[in-house]
Design a protein around this ligand. Sequence first.
Ligand code: NAP
Length: 259
Amino acid sequence: MRVVVTGATGRTGGEVAREVHDRGHDLIPVSREPAGSVAGVDLYPAADLPALLAEDGGEAGDDTVLVDFTVPVASVDYVGQAAEAGVPAVVGTTGFDGNERAALEDAAESVPVLKASNFARGVQALLNVVREAATALPGYDVELTETHHDGKRDAPSGTATTLLDALDGARDDALDRTYGREGEDPREPGQVGVHVRRGGNVRGEHEVLFAGNDEVVTLTHRAESRGVFAAGAVDAVEWLTDRPAGWYEFGDVIGDGGD
Ligand SMILES: NC(=O)c1ccc[n+]([C@@H]2O[C@H](COP(=O)([O-])OP(=O)(O)OC[C@H]3O[C@@H](n4cnc5c(N)ncnc54)[C@H](OP(=O)(O)O)[C@@H]3O)[C@@H](O)[C@H]2O)c1
């Protein structure tokens, strides 16, 4: 399989590129400023992406997958180019606004697109457990805290937003998201407090707290290396290659055994 990795010079894209190479796939690492190499493979210029996506020895798009860990504006552009070339796309980038998300969904009309805010298998388990806890503990106060490294751009994290959506789906009462608190700002019923911390080299930590009835339940996931995201993203690449056009999530990969 040929795997085109955009954002290959980045913290996560670099890990993904190394995982692609380690699994024996044909790695095509792409950068806006292609100086140097990743996993021993020279970087290709992002300006050449259409040609790189089309080039595979067979029909355009066969056996090539794009995997993207960049920024939303670049991701929409790269995934649009993949759709034009008939190439499936795995998107790990987070922080899309409504229009950007709609552009990815447009691409999924013509090719398979798999987007996940978190490629850690443990986060998929956390989502299931959070839904279960929210159903079992109606009316409990809910607070969410996430921590990431000091270079993270979007806040709250894509994973935090996915967890908040899972809570919304599991609770009968509509939860009103409150981002941090300052001054006189007492907790209102039905609120979910969202708290963001940034510092150092933290790979990603998410905690959901349920409090009520004189008891507290906390559910936590902590990524201990970026390798966990890379492994999940490449599992998704391998899973997506023969799927029909459409929108997919990482839960589809896990639910299918990841084969
Ligand atoms: N889904 C998951 O499991 C998961 C896990 C971790 C991170 N993420 C997400 O992945 C994304 C990347 O995170 P990161 O920590 O790896 O970031 P990073 O280290 O800053 O790398 C991002 C890469 O994107 C490219 N880039 C940056 N700005 C760009 C622009 N304006 N146009 C085009 N390309 C641009 C750069 O590559 P070039 O300049 O070389 O092209 C850069 O190396 C973030 O959205 C993050 O939240 C997702």
